[in-house]
Design a protein around this ligand. Structure first.
Ligand code: PLP
Length: 384
């Protein structure tokens, strides 16, 4: 048997919707299936405005522009994130300011946030790692004091709730989601930008439409569109939106399948955690999680490497390392960072491994059982 690290999930309706979209001969953005997805997301989660875009990376780029980041401005984000979060800042000429994380969730450490704020800070971009919300209510207390907007990089956390019981992406000016194939609900490549700040909605339509006011023409308010701002082609093809809708319709079913995977891993790992060998994620009280991923923090990076190697080589089960911290990456070093600027991030990133996680694992019991048995045997070979 072979267990992949991640696999997209195809629902009963995916093929039907794709064919309908194909035959509609309306394949560009903001058509029928885009609207269906947007209506669905607004109704279920009560987002402000929803923009379907080609990727979460594109959503982050748009969001940084909306927040008014100009060359020389600073944007605070955790170093422990995907490159997209930081790249989006560079695209507007901003300087990424990397923050530390804390070990229970691998999310931004709020106790180390305030000291990074300067009069150049234009935005804060926390992320929801592994679908666990980032303690956003506490981050907002700090950002409110300085009147700094927040965009949460919710790439991994659609259908999760914050520690105060609100859907992720609903409480800040901006939020971004990903529908990349590696995420819970996916369409190959895709994303959404949530704009909850009503004053920014009009400009978001312009940025999405290559800097034009084409939206006004579509709505019949103008008869010819003009070039009014910068922007890009931040639209999701309606063909991909049809695939996305087949996933969104089944979002709670998909989440339920994935919950089974989390439960199995928690049960399996508890003895090793109780013995002090490893640590598992500890979501803050009140958070609802969408079961995007599961990580283990090992006691040493050597044991983490042994675990990954043996799992792959002996059992053909793919687990994976976490992010390479951005501050100590090639680009981070160019920006002037040294690895020991953020020692906690550096240490945790060297000891973390992510277990195989995809929806089908929660559907086919024999796969999950094989993955769990293999993980147990490898942990025993290291610790017992
Ligand atoms: C996946 C991911 C992204 C990028 O998403 P794309 O849709 O591939 O652009 C950005 N940030 C985080 C935290 C992610 O997990």
């Amino acid at each position: 048997m072979r267990i992949d690290f991640s696999k997209p999930f195809i629902t009963n309706e995916s093929e039907k919707f794709l064919l309908e979209s194909l035959n509609s001969l309306n394949h560009s953005g903001n058509n029928y299936w885009n609207k269906k997805c947007i209506d669905y997301l607004k109704e279920k989660y009560h987002f402000g405005e929803v923009f379907l875009v080609p990727s979460c990376t594109a959503a982050l780029e748009m969001g940084v522009m909306l927040a008014g980041v100009e060359p020389g401005d600073e944007v605070i984000l955790p170093s422990y994130t995907f490159s997209s979060t930081a790249t989006a800042i560079l695209m507007s000429g901003g300087n990424p300011i990397f923050a530390e994380i804390e070990p229970n969730t691998m999310n931004l450490d709020i106790n180390k946030l305030e000291q990074l704020i300067t009069d150049k800070t234009k935005c804060i971009i926390p992320i929801d790692y592994a679908g666990i919300s980032c303690n956003i209510s506490e981050i907002q207390k700090i950002s409110c004091k300085y009147n700094i907007p927040i965009m949460v990089d919710c790439a991994q956390s659609l259908n999760s709730k914050t520690e105060t019981g609100e859907w992720t992406g609903t409480t800040t000016d901006l939020a971004s989601f990903s529908f990349h194939q590696t995420k819970n609900y996916s369409c190959g490549e895709g994303g959404a930008l949530i704009v909850n700040n009503a004053e920014w909605v009009e400009r978001a339509y312009i940025l999405q439409e290559k800097g034009t006011d084409r939206k006004l023409v579509i709505e019949g308010l103008k008869n010819k569109y003009g070039w009014v701002d910068k922007g890009s082609s931040y639209l999701l093809s309606d063909i991909l939106a049809s695939l996305l809708f087949s996933q969104l319709k089944n979002i709670d079913l998909i989440t339920t399948y994935r919950e089974k995977v989390t439960e199995a891993y928690r049960k399996l790992l508890k003895p090793y955690e109780d013995a002090g060998f490893i640590k598992c994620p500890k979501p803050p009280k009140g958070c609802k999680i969408n079961h995007h991923a599961f990580f283990i923090i090992f006691d040493t990076s050597i044991n983490k490497s042994k675990f990954l190697e043996r799992l792959k080589n002996i059992y053909n089960v793919s687990a994976y390392i976490g992010y390479q911290p951005l501050h100590s990456s090639i680009k981070g070093k160019q920006l002037g960072y040294k690895p020991d600027d953020l020692p906690i991030t550096e240490d945790l990133a060297s000891r973390i491994a992510r277990l195989p996680f995809y929806t089908e694992l929660g559907v086919k019991k024999e796969y999950l059982t094989y993955a769990c048995n293999s993980i147990k045997k490898v942990l025993d070979s290291i610790y017992i």
